[in-house]
Structures are given as C-alpha cells and as structure tokens.
Design a protein around this ligand. Sequence first.
Ligand code: NAD
Length: 304
Amino acid sequence: MSNPITGPATIAFIGLGQMGMPMARRLIAAGFTLHGADPAETARRALTEAGGSAFASAAEAVTGAAAVITMLPNGRVVRDVLLGSGGAAHGLPKGTLIIDMSSSAPTDTVALAADLAPLGLMLLDAPVSGGVKRAIDGSLAIMAGGPADAVEQARPVLAAMGKSIFATGPVGSGHAMKALNNYVSAAGLIAACEALLVGGKFGLAPETIVDVLNASTGRNNSTEVKMKPFVITEAFNSGFSLALMAKDLRIAADLADHLDLPLPQIQSVATLWEEAKAGLEPDADHTKIHRHLEALSAAGKNAR
Ligand code: NAD
C-alpha cells in the first residue's frame, strides 16, 4: 500500500472558486505546500495572500505534486484540464493521485479513470457537501470513490478539509452519491419554499412556518439553515449557484435514466431547476429557486 500523503507534501489544487479557495486554505493550515491554478486573477491573488503559490495553468501547478485536486464546475472541465490539449495529466509521474472533488457525473468519472489508467494515474472521486460555510471551517462531508488503498493514501489530505469521510465504493460512487444527496436536498428546498408560499398566502407568518417545521417532522436542511438567512430575508447569497445545482440534478436524473429507473420526482425536480435557471440571471444563487416558484404561483393555475 502507498504511504498516506501528509504535509509538507505538495498538493496541486485546480479551481479556486467559492469552494476551492477555502478548501485550499484548510490544506495550507494543515501544513501542505499548496500550488493552485485558476484563470481568475482574483483567485490567484487570494491564494498567494493565503500562503500558497498560484499559477495560471494547471499544467504548471502540478509540477512536483504528490496529489492533484480538481474543484471545477463539472466533469467536462475536469477532463479538459487533465487530458485536453496541453492537459496537466500528461506531465505527471506515474503513481500520482488525482482527486476530483467537483460534483461531476459518475459515468464521466468512470470513463476518465479508464483513460488516466494507461498513464499510470489513479483517479479518486471525492465530492463534498456542506457548502461554503463548512468549507471554511473544514467540516465538509466527503464521499470518496475508488480503491480502498487510494482512499487511505488520500485520507490525511481529505481530513484537512472534511470531518466525515465516507469510502463509498468503486470510482464514480462518490459522484453518484453526491448527485443523489443534492437531489434530496433540492427536493427539500422546493418543499420548504412551497410551504412558505402556500402558508404565506393563507396568512401564516414566514418565521412561524419555519419555526414550526424545525420543531416538527417537516424539518430538513433547508428549513434549518437556508430559509431564514437566505430566503425569508431575500438575501439569496448562500454561495452555491442555481446553475450548479441544476447541473447536479440533471446528473441525478440522468443516472436514474441510465439505470432504467423511470422515477417521477427525480425527473420533475431536475426539469424544474432547469426552467428556473433559464428564467433567472446566470449567477443566481440556488436559494433563488424561491423566486421561480413565486413567479409560477403568481401566474396562477395556467402557469405550468
Ligand atoms: P465556482 O464557480 O465558484 O468555482 C469554480 C472555479 O473553477 C472558478 O474559480 C473558475 O475560475 C475555475 N475554473 C474554471 N475553469 C478552470 C480551468 N480550466 N482551470 C482552472 N480553474 C478553472 O464553483 P464552486 O461553487 O466553487 O463549485 C465548484 C464545484 O464544487 C462544482 O462542481 C460544484 O457543483 C461543487 N460544489 C459546490 C458547493 C457550493 O456550495 N458552492 C458545494 C458542494 C459542491
């Protein structure tokens, strides 16, 4: 079995966005040497200020890295960064661990692992849940798919960013689990927003609705951590975009389809979020699904 990767080993971190940047900070705090890449200059500056070394291209950032982490918008970008023209994977020594922490599609991940294997590179999928807040405090839930010894090799790296680390099974299983988690989460948010709209029109105060749900069986993550700070205040700034959530839900619905499981709600939730994405501004936060539901209810019975 390969030795666990511990600080001060170099980690290349590709994608320093809302999640990637605080996760990179946790790795620096845990004693790793951090080489990061992101096309956004603000992200590179933030990494340098945090004590890492920033590069404009992934191919430069991966030099000397014991492991490469990707935290990118989707699996297509991950494949392009690794295997596209001038891709980072071509310069990596055999045995380097690649950990895709993005929320990618599991079938793409299985194909990517197969394409990296001839280069002697091992792919783990280790997507996360918990949002920006838990990325900042290092308490993410991490679902790691891949061979058990590779998960053990990565464990100290993952432990710097997350509190619960689950070995979910073969490569791709972490990404499948992540899409399913976000499906359940999104369905819960929709239900909470609909309760707010129906209850509100009937005359219930929004805070009362949320307080009662949180003390009752209707409680879910959205009623507990999203409705008051992001929806009722209309701040809509949780740090997770609606476009990324819509992507995750399409992954979950396509997985059900791929497995020949014609389940009704997983498909309708994915479609609803895609419609919301089409109707809202491109950088809308996912909690703005409430605005979409509000618009549908305002349009009355013939809206859908
Ligand atoms: P983001 O858009 O804030 O960050 C993505 C970053 O990737 C950006 O900084 C972008 O410049 C960079 N990037 C794009 N193309 C690149 C390339 N070719 N090379 C290097 N960098 C590149 O997104 P995010 O919210 O940080 O989400 C990242 C991933 O994590 C997504 O897959 C998302 O679904 C998932 N996720 C997000 C959250 C959340 O709460 N925001 C929670 C869990 C999982």
